[in-house]
Ligand binder design. Structure first.
Ligand code: KG4
Ligand code: ZN
Length: 383
């Protein structure tokens, strides 16, 4: 097959990412500049600061990805860029860079949906795959990527700091949302609860990882009244998520146990650890129950629509780093006869690789691929 090379650019939140992928060989090179530390002291992503840091990092990150791939811009076929969802100030930085490059080198321009990129990167062939394992799964007709790791239709569970989503991925540009987030995303709830418990969130994995570590010191059943969210929900069978109420329950339990103006001390460490463990138990249980329900629903949708049953579940997002999350999703996959596909952790969080790969999938189908821009200026409304 004739190989095509795609540069991908991601700048929707607090990671400046770029990568080059080949339609036949997968990943060729990647680069990432993370802003997480700069935002940590503000307790969350500050959009203006994020934009400035994207501007400062963008040229170098793109140059580094090209260098890492040993590819010059002239060899590219297309530039893919995240156009949303995300912080608009930040998205604009990536779009401006992509437009400029696409114009300068007369490359096709591929707008990418951030969530689709998270889901589809699980299909990217890995170098040592050697194309084996392809053909087997599902028997679901032709796939433009014969050695894709996840084969349509598959279920995707995404749990990160910004989003919580369960989808049935039917094909490129064809996804059914089975559940989304009604309030805080799971990672965000981990972060906010870590802050309530006065944990140090400055390490890798932020508040979520800090909470997981601290929870190992506690008894997850010490506060049996902490609620597993939406358990008694009536009405339509959605797989939506809600984590804000659970976080509030932790705050109220803390105030009840320790009084309102409490400060962290050795004496109250065990109460805090018990609440961390209890929070994690309920949050993971919620994710598990929703995922289980989504598996059943996805199967019935596929049956109704004459599609083969899903054979795989893709788990993505920074929260996938949590070992009890992994264990619970593995259990659900086992119970539903699904293979768990977990992309390497660095492609589960925001990155340029997923955007480049999503661009490759679109290019292979000539779906959503735009002509090279006529000017180097992004569309109207740019400063
Ligand atoms: O995917 P990601 O980079 O988020 C967004 O881009 O939105 O993942 C970051 C999120 C943060 O909310 C962090 O607290 C959470 O993933 N996280 C964890 C763990 N490691 C990272 N949450 C729970 N347990 C962990 N071990
Ligand atoms: Zn993301």
């Amino acid at each position: 097959a004739n190989e095509q090379l795609i540069l991908g650019i991601e700048s929707s939140c607090d990671e400046t990412g770029a990568a080059v992928v080949s339609t036949t060989r997968g990943l060729l090179g990647e680069a990432l500049a993370s802003q997480t530390e700069s935002h940590a002291k503000h307790g969350g992503v500050v959009p203006d600061l994020a934009r400035d840091l994207h501007v400062a990092a963008m040229d170098d990150v793109v140059a580094e990805a090209l260098r890492d791939a040993n590819v010059s811009p002239e060899q590219l076929t297309a530039v893919a860029v995240t156009i949303g969802p995300g912080l608009s100030l930040c998205l604009k930085v990536g779009v401006a860079k992509a437009t400029k490059l696409a114009h300068q080198y007369q490359l096709s321009f591929i707008p990418v949906h951030h969530m689709e990129a998270h889901a589809l990167v699980a299909r990217m062939p890995l170098h040592d795959d050697g194309g084996g394992g392809g053909g087997g799964g599902g028997g679901g007709g032709e796939d433009a990527v014969p050695s894709a790791r996840a084969r349509f239709p598959f279920i995707c569970v995404l749990a990160s700091g910004g989003h919580n989503l369960v989808t049935l991925c039917r094909g490129v540009g064809s996804h059914t949302i089975l559940g989304l987030c009604l309030d805080d995303a799971m990672g965000e709830a981990f972060e906010k609860t870590a802050r309530l418990l006065h944990l140090d969130a400055s390490g890798p994995g932020g508040g979520g990882a800090a909470l997981e570590k601290f929870a190992t010191l506690g008894n997850p059943k010490a506060f049996p009244n902490l609620p597993v969210p939406l358990r008694n929900q009536r009405g339509p069978k959605t797989c939506d998520f809600s984590f804000a109420g659970l976080k509030t329950s932790v705050r109220m339990a803390l105030e009840k146990e320790l009084g309102e103006g409490w400060a962290p001390s050795d004496e109250n460490a065990s109460v805090r650890a018990d609440l961390a463990a209890g929070f994690q138990r309920c949050a993971v249980k919620h994710l598990e129950e929703r995922t289980d329900r989504a598996c059943e629903w996805a199967k019935s949708l596929c049956k109704r629509d004459g599609l083969p049953a899903p054979r795989q579940l893709v788990l993505a997002g920074g929260v996938a780093a949590n070992s009890s999350v992994r264990a619970s999703i593995e259990r659900i996959c086992g119970a539903n006869d699904l293979e768990l596909v977990a992309p390497p952790p660095r492609w589960c969080t925001d990155n340029g690789v997923m955007v480049a790969w999503c661009g490759a999938e679109r290019l292979l189908r000539d779906d959503g691929v735009l002509a090279p821009p006529e000017t180097a200026e992004p569309l109207e409304g740019e400063k």
